[in-house]
Design a protein around this ligand. Sequence first.
Ligand code: DQA
Length: 149
Amino acid sequence: MTSMLLLSGPNLNLLGTREPEIYGTATLETHVARATSAAQRFGATLHHLQSNHEGVLIDAIHGARGVDDAIIINAGAFTHTSWALHDALSAFEGIIVEVHLSNPAAREPFRHTSVLAPVAHGSIAGFGGLSYELGVTAAANLLGITQTP
Ligand code: DQA
């Protein structure tokens, strides 16, 4: 069975109350449920980890090697800074999709660069919770899985 890992980086545990004018009022749990439903439509399983700690996220990426077929990652602000996450993702042999709730390109200049984008197959940003559903759909398509009826 196809297995997907959804990774959530720092501060995303605060979704629902964190800057709702930017990130909306849905909780991370809601986004994970949406991603899980999307994965199920492709007959895939999805497991999720959120951490505020870079090393925990890196360990999770290492753990996905040879286990998961795809990683869907919203690395939060680590997106813009973490070459360590970049290197960890480089060592993952499966599909990598970067997702964001907001559109970082339309925000402060420091958000305009993603150091993860060069090692992702693609990036989806700016669609709120739909970004997660689209991220799973993109990963499934790249894995050649068609939607189950
Ligand atoms: C974010 C965008 C990042 O710039 C920010 O640091 C986040 C959330 C998003 O989903 O829009 O924490 O990744």
